[in-house]
Design a binder for this molecule. Structure first.
Ligand code: ATP
Length: 266
């Protein structure tokens, strides 16, 4: 892998329509989208554009999807990186990558930088210091403080563990907006299943509402897996459409997979 390319750069076509549920978070993000679209107006009014947003909550709930939708909605360049990819064996490499990432994002502005697993760089610093991690975190703080409102760059960090993060990251002007992305409600599960069966031929007896009831506690990622597994099972059985039997088998598989990984889930 290229030393200075810890991130992927795309122009996503994903919009809020592809993200089901999460209505309150979307509501809050509409404000951010407006900032990105009308930077000039806000600047003239003397308003500061928010720089950093933290998405926190359990895995597979659509944090990455939502961040790319912010880029899609604003036609911004989308830089996606994972915190764990920044911290390397060699001191200074992570910091260099962070610097390179922000440089590129500024050049392509308007940009959205998404840093998944931000706790890998942003976890609270301890007495026994980890030089490489600390330097990487310091560089991230420098970058957040450094760019001015001339460049529309919004940074979205994601973590499953908000409580682990260093307070320095959360100061005003840094990651000062926190948005909880939780597991979907029954209605949201229904909507997510609708998104993920949109282009799949379903038997008329399939009830998405029933499937939503049967999948309590599951994330959007699980639901998308179930829809895909059900389609695969239907193909294997040489069927033309996906039936509720296929969905039931798919749910069983996903539940079994969860129990292997974590016997306490469900
Ligand atoms: P992690 O914390 O593990 O990185 P995440 O919260 O970033 O997870 P995503 O990668 O966004 O989760 O979600 C994985 C996949 O699950 C998405 O690509 C999408 O297919 C599906 N998904 C999750 N949440 C939703 C949602 N709210 N609406 C539609 N699809 C969803």
């Amino acid at each position: 892998k290229d030393q200075h390319n810890a991130e992927i750069f795309t122009k996503p076509k994903i919009t809020f329509e592809d993200v089901a549920g999460l209505d309150e978070v979307k509501e809050e993000l509409i404000e951010v989208i407006d900032f990105i679209k009308k930077t000039e107006k806000y600047k003239k009014m003397g308003a500061k554009i928010p720089k950093g947003i933290l998405f926190y909550g359990p895995p597979g709930t659509g944090k990455t999807l939502l961040a790319s939708a912010v880029a899609g909605e604003t036609k911004s360049a989308f830089f996606s990186a994972s915190g764990s990819e920044f911290v390397e064996k060699y001191v200074g490499v992570g910091a260099k990558r962070v610097r390179a990432l922000f440089e590129k994002a500024k050049k392509e502005a308007p940009s959205v930088i998404f840093i998944d697993e931000i706790d890998a760089i942003g976890a609270r610093r301890h007495l026994e210091s980890n030089n490489e991690k600390d330097q990487t975190l310091n560089q991230l703080l420098v970058e957040l403080d450094g760019f001015n409102t001339d460049q529309t760059v919004v940074v979205i960090g994601a973590t499953n563990r908000l409580d682990l993060l260093d307070e320095a990251l959360m100061r005003p002007g840094r990651f000062d907006r926190h948005m909880y992305i939780g597991n979907p409600s029954m209605k949201a599960r229904e909507d997510i299943l609708k998104v993920h069966t949109k282009n799949k031929p379903l038997s008329s007896e399939v009830s998405i509402a029933d499937l939503a009831k049967k999948t309590h506690g599951m994330s959007g990622a699980h639901l998308s897996n179930i829809a895909n597994e059900a389609a695969i099972i239907a193909v294997r059985e040489n069927q033309e459409v996906i039936s509720s039997k296929h969905f039931d088998l798919a749910i069983e598989r996903v539940v079994a997979g969860l129990q292997v990984k974590n016997p306490n889930v469900l």
